[in-house]
Design a protein around this ligand. Structure first.
Ligand SMILES: *[C@@H]1O[C@H](CO)[C@@H](O)[C@H](O)[C@H]1NC(C)=O
Ligand SMILES: *[C@@H]1O[C@H](CO)[C@@H](O)[C@H](O)[C@H]1NC(C)=O
Ligand SMILES: *[C@@H]1O[C@H](CO)[C@@H](O)[C@H](O)[C@H]1NC(C)=O
Length: 934
């Protein structure tokens, strides 16, 4: 930094006496004269003060301390963006349905958008007469929105794929580190930039992690690649002082961002308590306060010319950013979950007089809206996940209704990704879910566009579609609040980001805002029970239940187990009569005439909804944990034979998940209420986990009727490049076990696999590992002469070997939304708009039996019905309703060895339309001879 150059450098060098008149001339020539300065000039209190040579710079700096951040006054008259890339052609998007974000998110304009020079030049009817060489995109009525804005991301610092050489999220050098900058770890090669752009994300606030109370400064980036290929070139409005070059002291500063975190994370990392963390905050803020007061006292004197003994402007590189927080020039982004922590932060803001831009994660915010309103300055916004919850104590009382409740209390709601915790490609899915659970559509769209833009201090240029704003625009293939909405094109700074976008053909029904169900009772209960409302289903009191206005019935064939649509009615006038949990009559009204008038029956109107097979869940430790982050609430892990010493007393024993089942977990009950009636779970382990089981998600305990549906379903192993033992050792061990090296009970289980009696489910992600497994399968089959049943789960790279996997007769279980979290998962098939086929569609095309696994968090189990519907929506018509239901029912049963003879044991009655328009209202359960109301 050039100390002589001016602001923000401070004088450190020679001082000489300057006559007041000389000084007056300098000031009058350069600056507008402040009252105190004028005072000084007119009545200089001393002719003998030591006036430093850089007095002007110091005074300018002092005056600049009181400038509030924001764009320059003439910002709105700019004709070209500071991010404009020379040579970018103007583009007109014709005939779009434009959600502008204005009128509190209610304005929709039918028309065109002209973008040029990195800016939105015109919205409405565009006249191109003064333009040439314009790209034209015919939107044909498609929805257009502002680019999606992620208020909370670790994109680029918590890298994808995760590599130890690129993990720059958390510093462990102290609890309060306001001097750190996420920019210093911003990796420009992260695979997720392109993926997140393909989900419509154009801007992200890249935050340091939550291991520290004050983790450092955050930086807002645009996701597109830049010509310079640097981290700095990605920044949106970097603070002027960032690179230490000269800054005009009369220019309003730009907003800065800072990460704070309270609660479990900083306490855990530093083996402290909440008390220690809170003290660390107070100590840091006190340090900043003292420095700020010194600066203010210094400037009070400097501005009236009392230079004697003043010395240097008090500054400190480590604390200047926190001083800026106290000056109201930093957007504090505060990871803070529980009432207790929010209370501590609210006290801190009032003690030190600074405001918080947003509480992030904040799973308990909806319970304490009045507390949040007591924060200093203004109520913080609340930035949350939609349904990801219960992963640790702080998230245990999280509610899917929080966005709605917060909005009802007048608080700003933001949906965020915490990428890569949630893949920010699907940030709009968070807004969709928030909308499904009651957040009005205008606020749901705002929650990922205009609201986060405002909360990060960038709403003068992004987050809404306004003439003169940055040209960050998404053209969608359906309404952005409809399930599976994907961009057809994404513009950042006016540059089209998708080179050759693929669009899946979608039904007309997803072109409008979904008509969501009524959750008023559930919302009231979430508040009444502080996030823990009773979830147990209630059996209908009547023996006979008549479902009316049924639009479709899907059942599994008793012999082939295939799911098919056995009844469909365009006028939704179907009837299903259930007696003691068994369907006794179904079809058109005329088929079951007697049922309609039965007065002893419970009549349920499905409003055109359907009856379909109960879904099966796989892929999470559901049934083995209440709170994954709390060891004392979980079954725990099995000994790993390749990396730990197995106690001799259990050596040779195959561990059975059924022995550790925990019933009545909130995630299991929420699954049931959303149509997931059973789950397969294997013990949590490393290479060899053991034997899975299948259980009812509604059962109160193991001894209840139908609680354990099948004690043992399959044998499970996992192979990974990051297991700590070589893959070759893992394969060799598996080969040995398959060829008879196992002893005792374990050896017997492998014999069962080799004899084709139970499937072997192998978790493997990498195509190379999968290829080795296909070779091993053949080798074992040649040796024994019997085909073995192998299922590959994980299988992120399976699409690369789809043909070979199909020929080998191996089935796969994959997640619907692949993500390159690790190196062995990096070669994903992302699906539209980046590739024509989704991974599921590509695997199904090879006649592979494909099942769907949910994201490893048990809280995602409840969303299985969305996952399967989404798989259909992005399959370009390849997967119909029956096929997608099979992904999470009959196919999974086949792949996991579920052999329940009662194939239609649980049937799900959904009221209302598909996807986000329907609500599960009852489970028809022959097992418990009842209809369970949820
Ligand atoms: C806009 O698109 C819709 C839907 O494709 C179409 O019906 C309409 O005719 C188009 N309008 C214009 C002006 O092109
Ligand atoms: C430093 O930042 C300013 C303002 O952001 C910018 O104009 C200038 O080009 C930067 N200088 C360097 C060397 O990066
Ligand atoms: C998949 O099965 C269908 C129907 O049996 C058959 O026509 C098709 O050739 C098969 N595809 C492959 C890749 O084996």
């Amino acid at each position: 930094m050039d100390k002589e150059a001016g602001y923000p450098s401070v004088q450190k060098h020679a001082k000489r006496r300057v006559k007041p008149l000389q000084l007056a001339i300098v000031f009058l020539a350069t600056f507008s004269v402040s009252y105190s300065l004028a005072n000084y000039l007119l009545w200089p209190n001393s002719h003998s003060e030591a006036i430093p040579i850089n007095a002007q710079a110091v005074l300018a700096q002092c005056r600049a301390l009181h400038l509030t951040p924001g764009p320059p006054d003439n910002f709105r008259s700019r004709t070209q963006s500071d991010r404009f890339v020379q040579g970018t052609k103007p583009t007109v998007i014709r005939n779009a349905t434009i959600w502008t974000g204005l009128d509190d998110g209610r304005e929709v304009i039918q028309g065109d958008i002209l973008i040029d020079k990195g800016l939105i030049k015109k919205i409405g009817s565009v006249d191109l007469r003064s333009y040439h060489n314009v790209e034209v995109l015919d939107a044909a009525g498609a929805w257009v929105s502002p680019g999606v804005v992620d208020l909370h991301s670790h994109l680029g610092v918590d890298s994808s794929p995760a590599l130890s050489g690129a993990s720059d999220t958390n510093s462990l050098k102290g609890l309060t580190l306001p001097w750190l900058r996420s920019l210093d770890g911003l990796n420009t090669h992260d695979d997720a930039y392109r993926l997140s752009i393909s989900g419509g994300v154009t801007t992200a606030n890249v935050l340091p992690g939550s291991a520290d109370a004050i983790g450092g400064q955050a930086f807002v980036i645009k996701l597109r690649p830049t010509a310079e290929r640097s981290s700095s070139a990605m920044l949106l409005e970097p603070p002027f002082s960032l690179n230490g070059t000269y800054v005009d002291p009369f220019q309003r500063p730009r907003w800065r961002q800072m990460k704070h975190a309270c609660g479990e994370n900083p306490s855990r990392v530093y083996s402290g308590t909440r008390m220690d963390t809170q003290w660390a905050f107070r100590k840091a803020y006190d340090t900043a306060r003292i420095l700020k007061e010194k600066q203010d006292a210094y400037c009070a004197k400097a501005l009236v010319g009392q230079w004697t003994g003043l010395g240097d402007f008090p500054d400190d590189l480590q604390w200047e950013a926190l001083v800026d927080v106290l000056r109201g020039r930093v957007k504090v982004q505060n990871h803070c979950y529980e009432g207790v922590d929010i209370d501590g932060m609210v006290r801190l803001t009032n003690e030190f007089k600074f405001s918080i831009a947003a509480f992030h994660h904040a799973h308990e915010a909806y319970m304490v809206p009045d507390l949040i309103k007591k924060a200093y300055g203004h109520p913080p916004a609340v930035a949350i996940f939609a349904t990801a919850a219960r992963y640790k104590r702080e998230a245990y009382r999280g509610s899917e209704f929080a966005p709605r409740i917060l909005a009802d209390n007048g608080l700003d709601v933001v949906m965020k990704s915490d990428h890569p915790v949630l893949n920010s490609r699907h940030l709009v899915y968070e807004a969709q879910q928030a909308h499904y659970f009651g957040l009005p559509a205008n606020l749901a769209l705002a929650s990922v566009t205009s609201t986060p833009a405002r909360v990060m201090g960038q709403d003068h240029r992004i987050g809404r579609l306004i003439e003169g704003f940055d040209a960050d625009v998404v053209v969608w293939d359906s309404h952005p609040l409809a399930l599976g909405a994907a961009p057809k094109q994404v513009f950042i700074d006016g540059i089209a980001q998708l080179e050759k976008p693929y669009t899946s053909v979608k039904p007309k029904s997803v072109q409008h805002v979904p008509a969501t169900p009524n959750f008023d009772k559930e919302i009231a209960d979430a508040i009444k029970y502080e996030g823990l409302p009773p979830l147990e289903p209630k059996p209908a009191k009547a023996d006979v239940v008549v479902f009316r206005n049924v639009g479709g019935i899907f059942l599994k064939d008793p012999t082939t187990r295939r799911v098919s649509e056995v009844f469909t009615s365009a006028s939704a006038d179907g009837v299903v009569v259930v007696e003691k949990g068994q369907i006794v009559c179904s079809g058109a009204e005329a088929v079951c005439p007697a049922a309609l008038s039965r007065s002893d029956a419970l009549h349920l109107d499905l409003e055109g909804g359907s009856i379909s097979p109960g879904l099966l869940s796989y892929g999470t430790p559901l049934g083995l944990t209440h709170i994954p982050g709390e060891a004392s609430t979980s079954d725990g892990r099995v000994f790993d034979p390749l990396s730990s010493q197995i106690p001799p007393i259990i050596d040779g024993t195959a561990i059975k998940a059924v022995d550790g089942l925990l019933f009545g977990t909130r995630d299991a009950l929420l699954g049931y209420r959303n149509g997931v009636t059973s789950a397969v779970t294997a013990p949590s382990g490393g290479f060899l986990s053991g034997l899975s089981t299948v259980f009812s998600t509604a059962a109160p305990h193991k001894l209840a009727d139908g609680a354990v549906i099948q004690e043992v379903t399959a044998l499970h192993v996992a192979l990974s490049l990051s297991s700590g033992v070589s893959v070759s050792t893992q394969i060799a061990t598996l080969r040995g076990l398959l060829l008879g090296a196992g002893k005792g009970d374990l050896g017997q289980r492998f014999e069962d696999v080799v004899a084709g009696k139970i499937p072997l489910v192998i978790h493997a992600e990498s195509a190379d590992v999968i290829a080795s497994l296909l070779v091993l399968k053949k080798e074992v089959e040649v040796a024994t002469g019997t085909p073995i049943r192998i299922t590959i789960s994980g299988a992120t790279e399976a699409h690369l070997l789809a043909k070979e996997i199909g020929q080998a007769g191996v089935g796969v279980i994959v997640q619907q939304r692949p993500f390159p979290a690790t190196w062995e998962e990096r070669r994903i098939l992302p699906g539209p708009p980046l590739t024509q086929a989704s991974a599921i569609a590509a695997l199904v095309a090879q006649n592979i039996t494909v099942g769907i696994a949910v994201d490893p968090e048990p809280s995602s189990v409840r969303n299985t019905r969305f996952d399967v519907a989404w798989a259909g929506l992005e399959s370009n018509g390849a997967l119909g309703k029956a096929e997608v239901l099979a992904l999470a029912s009959s196919n999974l049963e086949t792949l996991l060895g579920v052999e329940d003879s009662n194939v239609n044991a649980d049937l799900v009655a959904t009221r209302g339309g598909a996807d986000f328009e329907g609500k599960v209202v009852a489970i028809i359960s022959p097992r418990s001879a009842s209809v369970n109301l949820v």
